[in-house]
Design a protein around this ligand. Structure first.
Ligand code: ADP
Ligand code: ZN
Ligand code: ZN
Length: 824
């Protein structure tokens, strides 16, 4: 018999504390000890957590009596060894607890905690399920109670350690986390309805309609059938059953029609995003300039691990990526392809799936956790048959790749690579470079409007640099015009928020059979109401912001918290009933435009519209198939979309984009305008762009018109240098929040004073940010500007000392502190 040694393990727990915890291992688990496996351990008051084992040793902790490990969950490690180093790096650099990093890294289903709520998987079928006795008990409990958390289940089934059983149930896809179902679960199958063959013939269909009409008790069936016919006119003859029901068809009536063999239904597999059939498509031959860019990237990679590809919009960067991906796959390597927001790039997913079929996996919080775990395990085990290329939003940087060969970061300038909340506040583009360094692999950054940081590094020779300066097929970049809003105001040619110039362009474009995209970076109807007499403006009661009017729901909403209220009839200050609406959002543009052009089809894409009935994919599909003439949208429409029939892009309120005051405002405005403009005339003919502005001479607008990124960069970089901003200086923002403004003020000042003792004039503030109160918390900010050359580690050590000293003062304990390194 093996020796009964007493072992201890050091684990990471998914809690916001920056240390490892030591647990004692009961003898019977000795054989199962392994680096990187999950251990179920008690933490806090009777709570169980899944932790990850990082060290196995024989040293009892000195400061406390170690609790026992309850169970070991995995036979094989769930992370790679290099990830421990990577996570620690992130924790140090972003000044975030290692537990936060673990939390950000692992998909929910890999970190079951006592509070995790679960329910039966929507596709669970008792008839076909294979269950052990214990599994049966859990399933039974869930059938009775719907939703249970882990502690509850444990009590009901009288088993203390239920994690291993749950793990099996997850794997079999019998259960699912509630948070998945709420906003992320998308069913894999859907029921579609069509008429039976006999009634494809219009006359036969008319006969049936006549028959139904004649019978008194078939009113519902008649109605259901008419709804179906109406849908067919719009969407083809295979209609989602749910759509019919949403439009008023009674479920029972549909079933009766099926029984009568008038309608038939079919359950169809919806592959998650597209109907890729798994076959691999034909690759495109590269143009000469694409080939040159590709050659340049390959050459550069030999000497510099990071390379920036500056490719104008529509230049065909994707095809270049595809070649590089192919090369990696041939060598048996995995590829990580990071994208700003997956939901916004279905088109790209389709293109890559057409090339690589099932080798492409998509990793995104929108998908359900079981799928995320599936991808996690596949890349961990180096599965050769699937997910060799992972397309992912920022969190995909945490996947446990076993054999990664290349990381591509597309649209690298996008701020959505940055995570704001919760901590760790990381930037996935920057982490890609760190990971590339750890794994000694290449990283390709791509953009038509590079971030200042990346362009600066490329120009300075830190990164390699390659260009793709013409559009594919030699289509010219769009021609950009200004509509002078001031002039049109004086000449009285404005029509609401539209200039005559833009309206004429819209009309001409539509008349010539082309489509239009209109960009307004504000959702809702009107951003605020104002009393004409006393200038009173309705504000959120929890935040210091104006309420935005949403016409569709007829409410005033706060975009920073969930507060919503019915519109008031009169001024709360002076009682006047003369309230006027100021400003405009996408909803109002849609409204006004449909009034001006009653005969055209308009659709809208913003956070409100994609949450509603029409999904993101549907809106894009309708526009792609030219069922819609004009697409109105927020910055959701600015990224990566590739339509071939857009003749005109209109930017409605460029003044607003240029009004922001933070140091990146100008860079962002340039990027946004160029990117939106880049949606115009991508194939064959040159497109047009109209920018509405009251200041056509504005230098940023002039640079956008000239497609002169280089010139833009050259002037703006001087400002950055003069005012001590990135890329010359590193910024660390510290924000303090409290409900009591006095405690906050005193605390913030004290902390700033403490910081100044060490960091001197590098400390700015404390100051109230633009929105000084959100969700009833007042906010103050302190900003540190640190020289790029300063010793990174030392700076953060000193900063950490000061912060933990501040935190330990009882009076300030209730102040919420957060640190943001490299704010976006
Ligand atoms: P970018 O991402 O650089 O804005 P895309 O990769 O979307 O540009 O390419 C623009 C369009 O040109 C796409 O519709 C793409 O299919 C097409 N295209 C690019 N390169 C080629 C090629 N080598 N052969 C055929 N079509 C191409
Ligand atoms: Zn008033
Ligand atoms: Zn609010």
């Amino acid at each position: 018999m093996a020796e009964r040694k007493t072992f201890f393990v050091d684990v990471i727990l998914p809690v916001p504390i920056n240390q490892l915890f030591t647990y004692r291992v009961p003898f019977e688990l000795n054989d199962q000890l392994k680096y990187g496996v999950r251990a179920i351990v008690p933490f806090g008051k009777s709570k169980l957590h899944s932790a990850i084992i990082l060290k196995i040793h024989e040293n009892a902790p000195k400061e406390y009596i170690a609790k026992y490990v309850e169970h070991i969950l995995d036979e094989q490690p769930i992370i790679q060894r290099y990830q421990e180093y990577f996570w620690t790096w992130i924790s140090d650099y972003y000044m975030a607890p290692i537990g936060d990093v673990m939390n950000a890294a692992l998909p929910t289903n890999l970190k079951l905690a006592s509070e995790t709520k679960i329910q039966l998987h929507p596709d669970f079928d008792m008839q076909t399920a294979e269950l052990s006795d214990k599994e049966y008990l859990i399933i039974e409990a869930l059938q009775i109670q719907d939703i249970l958390n882990l502690s509850e289940i444990s009590q009901i089934v009288q088993i203390k350690t239920i994690h291993p059983i749950l793990k099996k149930l997850y794997e079999k896809q019998y259960i699912i986390s509630v948070e998945d179902v709420k906003n992320k679960y998308s069913p894999k199958t859907a029921v579609y309805i069509r008429t039976c063959a006999l009634f494809h013939d219009k006359e036969n269909l008319n006969i049936v309609l006549g028959e139904l009409e004649a019978k008194k008790n078939s009113v519902n069936q008649l109605e259901a059938l008419l709804i179906y016919i109406k849908e067919v006119e719009k969407n083809g003859d295979f209609i989602l059953r749910k759509t019919l029901e949403e439009n008023g068809a009674k479920a029972s009536a549909l079933s009766s029609l099926e029984k009568k063999n008038i309608l038939e239904s079919e359950k169809i597999e919806l592959s998650r995003l597209t109907d890729s059939d798994g076959s691999i498509g034909n690759f495109k031959a590269l143009s000469a300039s694409q080939q040159t860019a590709l050659d340049s990237i390959r050459e550069n990679f030999k000497v510099k691990p990071v390379n920036l590809l500056f490719g104008v919009t529509g230049s065909g960067k994707t095809e270049v990526y595809v070649e590089l991906i192919k090369e990696q796959l041939d060598q048996g390597k995995q590829v990580l392809f990071l994208l700003p927001e997956i939901a916004l790039t279905t088109q790209l997913i389709q293109r890559l799936q057409a090339y690589f079929g099932d080798l492409v996996g998509v990793y995104h919080s929108k998908f359900n956790q079981n799928e995320r775990v599936e991808i996690w395990n596949a890349v961990l085990q180096n599965d050769a048959s699937k997910y060799r290329i992972v397309l992912g939003a920022r969190s995909a940087i945490f996947l446990p790749f076993a054999n990664l060969g290349l990381i591509i970061v597309d649209e690298e300038h996008e701020t959505s690579f940055k995570q704001y909340d919760p901590s760790p506040r990381y930037n996935a583009r920057d982490l890609a470079i760190v990971l590339g360094h750890i794994l000694k692999i290449n990283v390709l950054l791509g953009s038509a409007t590079p971030s200042f940081e990346s362009y600066f590094n490329a120009k300075n020779g830190k990164y390699g640099y390659s260009e793709l300066k013409e559009r594919f097929g030699n289509v010219q970049l769009p021609e950009i015009f200004c509509a002078d809003m001031k002039k049109e105001f004086i000449s009285k040619t404005l029509n609401g928020h539209f200039s005559k110039f833009l309206l004429e362009h819209i009309e001409n474009t539509i008349n010539s059979g082309k489509q239009v995209i209109l960009f307004q970076n504000r959702r809702g109807y009107t951003p605020y109401w104002i009393c004409e007499l006393c200038n009173w403006i309705p504000n959120c009661k929890n935040c210091d912001v104006t309420l935005t009017y949403h016409k569709q729901s007829n409410t005033l909403k706060c975009h920073y918290c969930s507060y919503a209220t019915a519109p008031m009839g009169s001024c709360a200050n002076c009682g006047s009933n003369k309230l006027s609406m100021m400003g405009f959002g996408t909803e109002k543009i849609e409204d006004d435009l449909s009034f001006l052009f009653p005969n055209i089809k308009i659709s809208r894409m913003d956070m409100d519209s994609v949450k509603g009935k029409k999904s993101y994919e549907q809106i894009l599909h309708d526009f792609e198939t030219k069922m819609v003439h004009v697409l109105i949208g927020t910055q959701m429409i600015s990224k990566g979309l590739d339509f071939d029939n857009v003749g005109l892009v209109g930017i409605l309120d460029s003044d607003m984009l240029l009004k922001r005051t933070d140091f990146r405002a100008v860079e962002k405005a340039y990027q946004l305008m160029s990117q939106v403009a880049g949606r115009a005339g991508r194939k064959r003919e040159r497109g047009n762009v109209v920018i509405q502005t009251s200041n056509p001479d504005n230098w940023v607008i002039q640079k956008v018109i000239a497609h002169d990124y280089e010139g833009f960069f050259k002037s703006e970089i001087i400002e950055r240098k003069n005012y001590f901003y990135p890329p010359f200086y590193k910024i660390i923002d510290i924000s303090l929040k409290h409900k009591d403004i006095d405690i906050l003020n005193v605390g913030a000042q004290t902390l700033a004073d403490n910081l100044k003792e060490v960091f001197k004039e590098r400390v700015l503030g404390p100051e109230f940010p633009v929105i000084p109160r959100i969700q009833n918390y007042f906010i103050k900010q302190i900003r540190l500007k640190i020289e790029r050359e300063a010793p990174e580690k030392k700076v953060k050590e000193r900063l950490n000392e000061i912060l933990s000293k501040f935190r330990s003062v009882p009076h300030y304990k209730s102040i919420r502190l957060s640190v943001d390194v490299d704010p976006a």
